[in-house]
Design a protein. Structure first.
Length: 123
């Protein structure tokens, strides 16, 4: 199962992912979390067409809750790494739910050694 980071969702919308990555996404269970939804839909300059696309896309995915287990993992990550809070929430969501995080910003997550990441623009 895959958790899509904000940048990967934007790249998907902008047709920046290659066919191999798109084929993997089509045949996989996709997930999101509220911080990713907030980052994408909170973009001020987004037009209505893109907002509609993203809302429909988010509706098609499982939304993993920011529950107690994720909260505890976020606290652990914040105490043991220099990760920013939004990235800690995303990483903790992936870790708790045993998801592979698809992100082009792998450097943001490199201090979380147990996190499985995949860069769809590099691999």
């Amino acid at each position: 199962m895959i958790l899509l980071d904000t940048n990967t969702i934007i790249y998907l919308r902008n047709n920046q992912l290659d066919e191999r990555a798109i084929d993997i996404l089509r045949s996989s269970s996709l997930g999101t979390c509220n911080i990713v939804i907030t980052e994408v839909l909170g973009y001020k300059a987004m037009d209505q067409e893109d907002a509609g696309f993203f809302r429909d896309f988010f509706d098609s995915m499982k939304n993993y809750a920011f529950n107690k287990e994720v909260t505890e993992k976020v606290i652990e990550l914040r105490k043991t790494t220099n990760i920013k809070l939004p990235d800690a929430i995303i990483a903790a969501t992936a870790l708790v739910n045993n998801l592979v995080l698809w992100t082009h910003n792998t450097k943001d997550f490199e201090s979380v050694h147990s996190l499985k990441t995949f860069d769809p623009l590099q691999n």
